[in-house]
Design a protein around this ligand. Structure first.
Ligand code: TRP
Length: 333
């Protein structure tokens, strides 16, 4: 076993990656692979908690994996949650260590069930979502979990479950995982820089990680800069977003353009030109990577099944120990 600290994070297969996801989360995951032993899960069990298309889920799972590998995640660090069914079994066990009152308080559940109310159907799975998330994390005894602050509550619940479990079995079995808060850029929509880049807002609000050059140039060219309602002396949301993108893409003219801004002689057309250039250069690498991966898609699928099987061994070990501790029947392997 590696003596590196362990990192675990997961993502739902609900759509293709855009630059907001990439700069806000995935790039950080890619960088963490240098220093830590990393496990990254594609959580398809979680994707079932909201109304979804049963015909599309499997394709979306593979598509997301292609996106993640093309942007730098190592296949050996990726697993598919439903290929490690021990998550669901530990999730059940954790149901018996999680307090209904606490789970009912989760804001993500409140928001999402509000959204689903119009269909008149809210699944028990949606309610139980954070308990399965606790299983995702604790089954690997992860030290660190890199997530956005919208997940703080779920991490808190995870620690509570671990704590109650430890007390019940009279042993510090689970270590309490910590949230890894890395300051990552929050990319906004170029068409409306007051809202975050998100597909739910519509196509013009997102730039995909494989976006073709012409569309990037067009989107950046027409990006909102000044709307006239920015308070004196403050940078407008639109200009701020372009700088954020420029910096996130490691453009080497960032400093120079920023000093022009402060000197008051920045031309927005120049800022846009540089931003578009930096993004095109980044996405063209991703497009190239994706092409190579798609040429060998069978190979990638094989690799991911292998990595899931490898990672599953860790999960099986934990589950076996847990069953032993809680008094369940246990077939040792
Ligand atoms: N709830 C997380 C999200 O919405 C996804 C997730 C599921 C997750 N299981 C996890 C994140 C375990 C970190 C660790 O983004």
């Amino acid at each position: 076993m590696s003596d590196k600290k362990r990192v675990l994070s997961c993502i739902q297969p609900t759509g293709n990656l855009h630059l907001g996801n990439y700069f806000g989360a995935v790039k950080n995951w890619v960088d963490l692979q240098e220093q830590y032993e990393c496990f990254y899960g594609i959580v398809d069990y979680h994707a079932m908690t909201m109304p979804y298309n049963t015909k599309k889920l499997r394709t979306q799972t593979w598509d997301l994996i292609v996106d993640l590998v093309s942007t730098g995640l190592k296949p050996e660090n990726i697993f598919i949650q439903s290929l490690v069914p021990e998550h669901a079994e530990l999730g059940w066990i954790f149901n018996c260590f999680a307090a209904v009152g606490r789970v009912s308080n989760m804001t993500q559940y409140k928001d999402k069930s509000q959204q689903n109310k119009k269909d008149g159907f809210i699944s028990v799975g949606l309610f139980d979502y954070p308990v399965l998330q606790a299983a995702d994390i604790l089954i690997y005894k992860a030290d660190f979990v890199p997530v956005g602050d919208d997940q703080d509550q779920h991490l808190e619940l995870t620690r509570e479950i671990a704590d109650r479990f430890n007390h019940s079995v009279g042993k510090e079995y689970f270590i309490l995982p910590q949230t890894l808060h890395t300051k990552t850029p929050r990319i906004k929509s170029p068409a409306d820089p007051t809202r975050k880049m998100s597909k739910s807002a519509g196509e013009k609000h997102v730039i995909g990680v494989f976006e073709e050059e012409a569309r990037i140039r067009k989107q950046i060219k027409s990006a909102v800069t000044d709307t006239g309602d920015t308070p004196e002396g403050e940078m407008s949301a639109g200009v701020g977003n372009l700088f954020e993108l420029l910096k996130a893409a490691n453009a080497n003219d960032y400093e120079q353009l920023m000093s022009s801004y402060h000197a008051g002689d920045l031309k927005y057309s120049e800022l846009k030109e540089s931003t578009a250039e930096a993004l095109v250069s980044l996405t063209s690498t991703f497009i190239e990577n994706k092409k190579n991966i798609l040429d060998n898609k069978k190979e990638l699928k094989y690799q991911i099944k292998q990595s899931s099987a490898e990672i599953r061994k860790v999960a099986q070990q934990t589950l076996s120990e847990v069953k032993e501790l809680v008094g369940l029947m246990n077939v040792k392997f």
